[in-house]
Design a protein around this ligand. Structure first.
Ligand SMILES: Nc1ncnc2c1ncn2[C@@H]1O[C@H](COP(=O)(O)OP(=O)(O)OP(=O)(O)O)[C@@H](O)[C@H]1O
Ligand SMILES: [Mg+2]
Length: 145
């Protein structure tokens, strides 16, 4: 599925639609080159779930947790991982228990598209704004946002 996201308002609206469908155990895998809007969409999802504070880009911390939300959210940015094997050291599986994972640069962590609960969103620059190529795993087919 392809979506056109012409501006920040469209990102915010799309984030709201995703947030309304999220369940614990889901992964939203956000790929796309530098500056294509991955963090922007994560912020929109977190805001729609009721997070009122800041959303630092986890480029340096790799993982940020939002335990106060329902479902709880883990926001990860795997840009700095040099090898997917480093994911084990982060304790990602433990963090993910009962939570939703929002993952930037998912391929650096080995990718999540094989998981039935993965919503894969690939962002690209468009003439104005962004284009999103969206693929849902089996668990998403009845609830594509
Ligand atoms: N749909 C859109 N239309 C226009 N500008 C956008 C859109 N989405 C995001 N932007 C802008 O693009 C810039 C980069 O966004 P963002 O930081 O979210 O990208 P990113 O993919 O997370 O980058 P990185 O690869 O560095 O993590 C920001 O200035 C943001 O406001
Ligand atoms: Mg980012």
């Amino acid at each position: 599925m392809e979506l056109y996201l012409p501006d920040l308002a469209a990102m915010s609206a799309y984030g709201q639609r995703i947030a309304a469908k999220l369940r614990a155990g889901d992964v939203v895998a956000l790929s796309g080159t530098l500056g294509t809007g991955k963090t922007t969409l994560c912020r929109a999802i977190l805001a729609a779930l009721g997070h009122g504070g800041e959303v630092p880009s986890p480029t340096f911390t790799i993982i940020e947790t939002y335990d106060h939300l329902r479902p709880p959210v883990i926001h990860a940015d795997f840009y700095r991982l040099e090898d997917p094997s480093e994911v084990a050291n982060l304790g990602l599986d433990e963090y993910r228990e009962g939570a939703v994972l929002l993952a930037e640069w998912p391929d650096n962590a080995g990718g999540f598209a094989h998981e039935p609960a993965c919503l894969a969103i690939h962002l690209e620059s468009a003439e104005e704004g962004r284009k999103a190529i969206v693929t849902g795993g089996a668990d998403w087919l009845e609830r594509m946002p």
